[in-house]
Design a protein around this ligand. Sequence first.
Ligand code: LLP
Length: 438
Amino acid sequence: GFYYKEGHEERLFIDSTPVKQVIDRLSSPPTPFILYSLNQFQHNVNTYQHALNDLAPIRARLSYSMKANYNPHLLSILKSSKVMLTTVSGGEMQLALSNGFEPSKIIFNGNGKTDESIQMAIESGVLLNVDSLFDLEVILKYARQLNKIANVLIRVNPILGDSNVHAYNTTASKTSKFGTSIDDLESIYKLIEDNHDKWIRLFGFHCHLGSTISNTQVIVECVEKMIKLFDMKRFHHLRFLNIGGGLNIDYKRYANRTANEPEEHISIPTIEDYVQAIKQPLQSIPNSIEIIVEPGRSLVANTCVIITRVLGQKQTGPIRQLIVDASMTECIRPALYQAYHHIDTVISSPQEERIAYDIVGPVCESGDFLGRERCLPKILQRGDFLAIFDTGAYCSSMSSNYNMRPRPAEYTLDEHEQIKVLKKRETNEDLLRTYCID
Ligand code: LLP
């Protein structure tokens, strides 16, 4: 993983290598670029799996929510660790299938699925989440047409919120667009019963409360509510309870290094804390049911840093602006959710006096900032390297080409600490490839 060694000039490390050495070996690399610690990723997978094994005799498995980051190198680690995948589009489903994941180990979720993606799921035997009555009707239509049985879970909206997450990150409020409310379940049950074992098989239930959840109590309430739904007599194939993902990570764990006035540090549950919290409500689950936990962020967020160069600094009114070459096109989370990503230097500076900066990108958009009021060395100048932390989840996968910016290269270190290219930087030609120019 990534960590700081104090009193060391090459202060930021990836596993046992100074990040500065990686930069030197790349010799004047185009920035920004993304650096992965795949060791950290494997470690996170192992941590989840060990914690879930501790739930025995309750059986629980992991399904990675690949929208967080679908770099195929992550997928091959997941495949060898026997992790399932949760997909949300035909594209993600196809990537999962072409990477050799068994269809029965792939879940296809979505409140609006295209005809093509529904056909792909039924044809290949992927598990589909039924999101609504209309979704079920289309699934049944294609099951009949393809003369196959669709294997489904029902995504239920348990209507429980976590008031502490950004509004864009809650998926189980009264007005959320995802899932079916418990009150509407009966009409879905009826339609399933009419077609059961002929065109459709109900394997269980799914729910997902939202993302960046730092309070395990709401997840416990959710599990309790979901367990009440299991009617083993009515549907005899019930096998899975998918309790979704959503666990936050401690984005502010280094914040005191750069904070103006160190705030009180709110503790975020670890993966182990989270699994311990769900243990109690799961005691009442029928033992034929297997639990699926579906994290994205808590598996992948801390596996990447974005390395960016300082372009310059200037004063605007009361604000000292530090302009860097990364932007909202590589890391949109601050602009979109006012999310915090720690930003700090790669090497220690000879003179440690720090001042407060707003760290902004070069994109022509006032919302293009990466961090506000961060204390960084006063002497930062053009060409100095900074690292933006915890950018493994929802950064690369949410990146864009706005302002005709090529998406960055992605690197890791192999087992011999040699640089390995995971993804090439896009070229300007790449950005024009799909335009039809006479
Ligand atoms: N399952 C379902 C059905 C989901 O919709 C999601 C995420 C997950 C699992 C994984 O949630 P996680 O463990 O990563 O919190 N772009 C936002 C996050 C959007 C999350 C969408 N759904 C962000 O950058 O904060």
